[in-house]
Write a protein that binds this ligand. Structure first.
Ligand SMILES: [Zn+2]
Ligand SMILES: [Zn+2]
Length: 341
C-alpha cells in the first residue's frame, strides 16, 4: 500500500491539529461478503498485533487498521509553512476486535470478556507509550447506528497521536489549573462532593464509582472513575480490579442500553494521562500531572445526531437532567444482578 501519507496541519485559530488526506472517511474499497471480524475470517484482516486467547481460541484480537488515519512508519518532519505549522501524519491506528460474538454489545459481553478487553486496552496503551513520538494514546469505541461503525461486530479503536487530541486538551487544562489554585485533584474533589450530595451517584463498588456529570452533555452520560487518585488507567491492572471494573461497566452500559432501546448508539472514551515520556512535551507542561490528573471512562449516548445548533455553536443541549438520569439508571440497575457474569 503505497498510498500518499496523510498530513497534519495546525489550525492557527483553535490551536488544534487537523488530519488531512484524501482517503479518510469511508473510502473502504474492500467490500466484505462476510463480517471480517467474525471467527473464520481472520485472513481478512492484517496479522494481529496482539491476541488474547481463552481456552485455546481468541477472545480479543488487535489488528492494524487497513486504512489508518495516521501511519506508524516515519518521522514527524515538523516544519513551518510561512505562518503555519504542519507535520507528517505519523501515529498508530489499531482496531480491537472485542469478542468472537458478532452480535454482542458491551452490555451483553461476559464480565470475563470485558475484563480481557480492559486488559487489552491497557496493554496497547502501555506498548504505544514506549514510542516517544506519541503524545497521547486515545482508546474509544462506538456502538450503534450513526456512530460511523462499519460493522455491527463489537470493536474499539486505538489512536496514538503526536499531539494532544482536542477531546482531551480542555480536561487536562482544567485539572492543571484547579491543582495550581487548590493543590488538590479536581476529580477527587468532585467524587467527594457527589458522595456528600448523593444525587448523581449511579453505582458504586469497592474501588470505583459511576456518576452522572454535573453538566452532562447528553442523556444518560456517565463517568466511571477510581475512588482513589490514579492518573494512569493502563496501570490500574490487577485482575481483581479489572473484573470489578468490567462488572460495573457491563451493568452501567447494560442499563443505558435497555433504557435506550430505540436508539442505543453511544461512544465510550478512556481518558488517561498523556505520554509523560514523549519527546513533544517541550514546554514541560505535565510537571504536576501525576497529582492533578485522574483517569476516567466517559460513556456518551447520542440519541440524536448533532444538531445544526450544536455544530454551529459548540453548545450541547441535553433534554434530561443528570439527576433524573441518575434515578432512571439506578432503577434499571436494580434489575441487573450485582454479581452478574
Ligand atoms: Zn462479525
Ligand atoms: Zn484524583
Amino acid at each position: 500500500m503505497n498510498e500518499p501519507m496523510n498530513e497534519l496541519r495546525r489550525d492557527p485559530l483553535s490551536g488544534n491539529w487537523i488530519i488531512i488526506g484524501e482517503r479518510i472517511g469511508g473510502k473502504r474499497p474492500f467490500q466484505y461478503e462476510k463480517c471480517p471480524f467474525c471467527p473464520g475470517q481472520e485472513d481478512q484482516t492484517p496479522p494481529p498485533i496482539y491476541t488474547r486467547t481463552d481456552n485455546g481460541s481468541w477472545l480479543v484480537r488487535v489488528v492494524p487498521d487497513r486504512f489508518p488515519v495516521l501511519q506508524i512508519e516515519g518521522d514527524l518532519n515538523k516544519y513551518g509553512v510561512d505562518m503555519y505549522d504542519r507535520m507528517d501524519g505519523i501515529g498508530a491506528h489499531e482496531i480491537i476486535i472485542e469478542s468472537p460474538d458478532h452480535k454482542a454489545t458491551l452490555g451483553t459481553l461476559s464480565v470475563r470478556n470485558i475484563a480481557f478487553l480492559l486488559e487489552t486496552w491497557q496493554q496497547r496503551i502501555l506498548d504505544l507509550k514506549k514510542d516517544k513520538r506519541f503524545s497521547y494514546i486515545l482508546v474509544f469505541r462506538n456502538q450503534g447506528p450513526g456512530t460511523g461503525v462499519f460493522t455491527a461486530h463489537p470493536y474499539s479503536q486505538v489512536v496514538a497521536t503526536p499531539f494532544i487530541p482536542t477531546v482531551v486538551k480542555p480536561n487536562l487544562k482544567s485539572m492543571k489549573r484547579y491543582f495550581e489554585l487548590k493543590e488538590r485533584c479536581i476529580l477527587c474533589d468532585s467524587i467527594a462532593q457527589v458522595r456528600r450530595s448523593g444525587d448523581r451517584i449511579i453505582a458504586q463498588t469497592k474501588n470505583f464509582i459511576s456518576i452522572a456529570p454535573f453538566a452532562s452533555q447528553s442523556m444518560y452520560e456517565t463517568m466511571i472513575l477510581p475512588l482513589c487518585h490514579s492518573y494512569e488507567f493502563e496501570c490500574d491492572n490487577t485482575w481483581e480490579r479489572l473484573e470489578e471494573l468490567a462488572r460495573l461497566l457491563k451493568r452501567v452500559v447494560g442499563a443505558i442500553e435497555s433504557l435506550m432501546l430505540e436508539n442505543p448508539s453511544h461512544t465510550l472514551v478512556i481518558h488517561t494521562s498523556p505520554n509523560l515520556d514523549s519527546d513533544n512535551d517541550t514546554e514541560g507542561q505535565w510537571k504536576t500531572l501525576k497529582q492533578d490528573f485522574h483517569w476516567f471512562i466517559r460513556i456518551m449516548p447520542h440519541p440524536n445526531p448533532m444538531s445544526g445548533f450544536e455544530r454551529g455553536t459548540g453548545i450541547s443541549t441535553n433534554i434530561m437532567s443528570p439527576e433524573k438520569a441518575t434515578l432512571l439508571l439506578r432503577e434499571k440497575l436494580a434489575t441487573i444482578p450485582i454479581d452478574i457474569d
